[in-house]
Design a protein around this ligand. Structure first.
Ligand SMILES: C[S@@+](CC[C@H](N)C(=O)[O-])C[C@H]1O[C@@H](n2cnc3c(N)ncnc32)[C@H](O)[C@@H]1O
Length: 245
């Protein structure tokens, strides 16, 4: 499935960083609704892991607001964007390349907060992401995670892009299962990612299974100018706040 033209790779502006330094900031884990302010601990001195969050967006804002930020992503290009903003704005940001399912780079209980924008559609199994997040968080820490509503994956993708909703796929959906080896090769060579839908039980139930307590939830839509076919009818993203007691 195509990731589309990529706003997730556009770094934040100097103005947004300057405002964050003055205490005026917000971050997004989905396209249109900022994460509620009440979901954050006091940021000065807070150790934050921006998980699968490269691209120069959440990390620089949180660092400018006073947090000690580590941005973790499997894309060297996305991490380079965070380093570019860090250098441009004289911010301290640690960047680490790796897979979101394996945080063995970090000792247990090393972060107070994890922010995880919509990205687990790129891994076939989300359970290791929740288990690893739980391990690296300190007691009292929280995981703020965005993900797709799985209903998105029901439809014929080519028609979807023309605004037509025609049910085609049983859920859970997997590009790996749907595409031929040749198609997969072309996808990956073309810089596209394989996508996987996850059930709400995978997304929410498995966070609870990993040990978290669910403490907040909201939904979001794609931006109007994205003309997302399903967003005209229902929210297509879910964001949760899960806490480690
Ligand atoms: C939609 S972007 C989200 C990042 C962006 N900063 C934002 O504003 O939401 C998804 C990110 O997940 C990263 N990613 C994809 N698969 C990954 C994996 N297996 N492990 C770690 N990061 C991954 C991509 O490189 C990309 O930076």
């Amino acid at each position: 499935m195509a990731w589309g033209e990529n706003r997730w790779t556009i770094p934040v502006s100097p103005e947004a960083v300057a405002a964050a330094r003055q205490g005026r900031w917000e971050i997004y884990l989905t396209p249109t609704r900022p994460v509620p302010e009440a979901w954050f601990p006091a940021l000065p001195g807070c150790n934050v892991l921006c998980l699968a969050s490269g691209g120069g967006q959440q990390g620089p804002i949180l660092a400018a607001a006073g947090a000690n930020v580590t941005v973790f992503d499997n894309s060297p290009k996305q991490l380079a964007q965070d380093r570019m903003v860090a250098e441009r704005e004289s911010l301290d940001i640690v960047t680490v390349e790796g897979d979101m399912r394996d945080l063995s780079e970090f000792p247990g209980e090393s972060f107070d907060l994890i922010v995880h924008p919509v990205s687990n559609l790129f891994v076939p199994d989300v359970r290791p992401v929740w288990a690893e997040s739980f391990r690296v968080l300190r007691p009292g820490g929280a995981l703020l995670a965005g993900y797709n509503n799985p209903a998105r994956y029901l439809f014929d993708w080519e028609l979807y892009e023309q605004g037509i909703l025609e049910v085609k796929h049983a859920l859970p959906y997997s590009d790996a299962a749907r595409l031929s080896e040749e198609e997969k090769r072309r996808y990956l060579e073309g810089g596209e990612f394989l996508e996987f839908s996850h059930t709400l039980e995978d997304q929410i139930g498995d966070q609870i299974e990993a040990g978290f307590l669910l403490a907040g939830l909201y939904e979001d839509y794609d931006r109007e100018d994205d003309n997302d076919a399903l967003s005209k009818y229902m929210p297509v993203y879910v964001v949760t706040r899960a806490v480690k007691l």
